[in-house]
Write a protein that binds this ligand. Structure first.
Ligand code: VGL
Length: 220
């Protein structure tokens, strides 16, 4: 039988309340995420915890790098795409070595107790290219993750984390592209823009993702 991996996307302080790019109600995902990690032995074969946003200072995704306002978009050149890639500009966030870049403490502590089954993925460290998906950067240069999961016999991924409309979306679309059966935990994700978040959930369903509440996974 195929194995299942829990993907925990970017549960970093800058995406949580008081963070520089706080996702509305981002902390509401913490209780179900804690429970998923605590009970992971029963339901998952592997946990992948990502810090997709592991940015150097003056990162290309920071509005300050370009002297522009956050939440506007620009085009940036891609190595493999001369036509350019749309880049949303963000407040400075998740800068390497800062508290904002760290995994949330409760998540971190629980992962330590499950360290026999945890893989960490850090990316977004290329100053010239943003990276939303845990599987690839924004110009689709892949990380080893798909191969690592396949080698471990993983066929199914269950996705939780931040934010629905950016890193969760890109991760889920890539998971489908790499042919993993993909489930989004609707109570364990939140969007930067909640209205866009709703539309993204519909898009992900159209792309073949399943939806579930974490309580449907955590059968008592
Ligand atoms: C993210 C905005 C900018 C995310 C990352 O983790 O979804 N959102 N960088």
């Amino acid at each position: 039988m195929g194995k299942t991996a829990l993907l925990l996307v970017d549960i970093q302080y800058d995406f949580l309340p008081k963070g520089s790019l706080a996702v509305p109600d981002g902390d509401k995902i913490l209780p179900p995420v804690y429970k998923l990690i605590e009970e992971a032995d029963k339901y998952f074969n592997l946990i992948v915890a990502s810090i997709v946003s592991y940015h150097p200072i003056h990162h290309i995704s920071f509005a300050s790098t370009h002297g522009k306002e956050p939440f506007t978009a620009i085009e940036v050149p891609g190595v493999n795409s001369p036509e350019g890639i749309v880049q949303m500009l963000w407040p400075d966030h998740c800068v390497q070595g800062t508290k904002g870049c760290e995994l949330e403490h409760g998540v971190q502590q629980r992962l330590i107790k499950r360290s026999h089954m945890v893989e960490y993925v850090r990316k977004g460290n290329d100053i010239a290219m943003d990276a939303y998906s845990v599987f690839s950067d924004n110009q689709k240069r892949p990380t080893p993750l798909a191969r690592v999961l396949r080698n471990a016999g993983v066929t199914d991924v269950v996705v939780a984390g931040l934010a629905t409309d950016y890193c969760v979306r890109a991760t889920a679309l890539d998971a489908r592209r790499f042919d993993f059966t993909t489930t989004i935990l609707t109570d364990a994700v939140r969007a930067v823009d909640p209205i866009r978040g709703e539309a993204v959930i519909s898009e992900l369903v159209k792309e073949g993702c399943n939806l579930a509440e974490s309580t449907q996974i955590l059968i008592p």
